[in-house]
Design a binder for this molecule. Structure first.
Ligand code: 0O2
Length: 217
């Protein structure tokens, strides 16, 4: 490659990644709007926390290699749908579904794929609602559809997933069997807690309000 070719490739790659950042920012804005609106109108906010991250080019290439596909910008676009990632934590499982519904029914959002690991947890106990959406990014060259992976989960699911993720990488993806078992057990405990909290929440909202002011959690 000549120096000019290398520069052109670098610029093209930067532009490629930037589109994902724009798509990610749009989804974060959509969720932040819902969150702010909820804080005004309702006594319970379904969104606890919103975070986002752009996958590094190195991780994207590593993922392509794990899948055994030659990485080009075109093949990456077709294969990797979590370059732009948005994570939303909710207090309750019902909030997670409600939020997914509120986001995916928006006019400019197209759902590419839904993976409901809440209804069907992974073997290790991982729970989360993954929705891969496509959102149009409007540039000077027109509208460009961009895939964004939205992971919606409860605080308990998030607590578990963050620790499991750390352990997984610490052991370089080869976690000892007894630790895996313990993690799966902890995932069940987290799911039990979610179920109990949801029941309590329902009782609270169904119950008459006593004393001064409204109960709000
Ligand atoms: P990171 O470091 O979080 O970015 P596909 O994308 O469909 O080819 P994949 O990647 O298995 O297949 O899809 P899936 O199952 O929807 O997982 C995508 C992301 O969900 C992962 O991204 C994690 O963020 C999260 N995830 C999935 N399974 C687990 C799990 O068992 N434990 C934890 N802690 N997180 C999980 P990355 O790229 O794997 O990792």
């Amino acid at each position: 490659h000549t120096l000019d070719e290398m520069r052109a490739l670098r610029d093209e790659t930067e532009r490629f990644m930037l589109r994902y950042k724009f798509g990610m920012d749009e989804v974060v804005t959509k969720l932040s709007i819902l969150r702010e609106e909820f804080s005004l109108d309702h006594d319970h906010n379904p969104i606890e926390h919103i975070s986002s991250r752009l996958k590094s080019l190195d991780s994207v290439i590593a993922k392509m290699q794990r899948k055994g596909i030659e990485p080009t910008l075109e093949s990456i676009r077709e294969t990797i749908t979590d370059i732009a990632g948005v994570r939303v934590t909710c207090s309750f499982v019902t909030d997670a579904y409600r939020l997914a519904e509120l986001l995916t029914t928006q006019r400019d959002i197209r759902v590419l794929k839904t993976k409901d690991y809440i209804a069907e947890p992974k073997e290790n106990g991982y729970q989360s609602l993954h929705v891969i959406v496509e959102v149009p990014v409007f540039l000077s060259t027109g509208a460009h559809p961009v895939a964004v992976e939205v992971q919606i989960r409860t605080i308990a699911m998030d607590f578990w997933a963050s620790l499991e993720h750390k352990i997984y990488y610490k052991y370089d993806r080869r976690v000892p069997a007894e630790l895996l078992e313990e993690l799966t057990d902890a995932a069940h405990t987290a799911a039990d807690l979610d179920a109990r909290m949801e029941r309590l929440h329902r009782q609270l909202h169904g119950a008459p309000t006593h004393g001064r002011g409204r109960v709000s959690i």
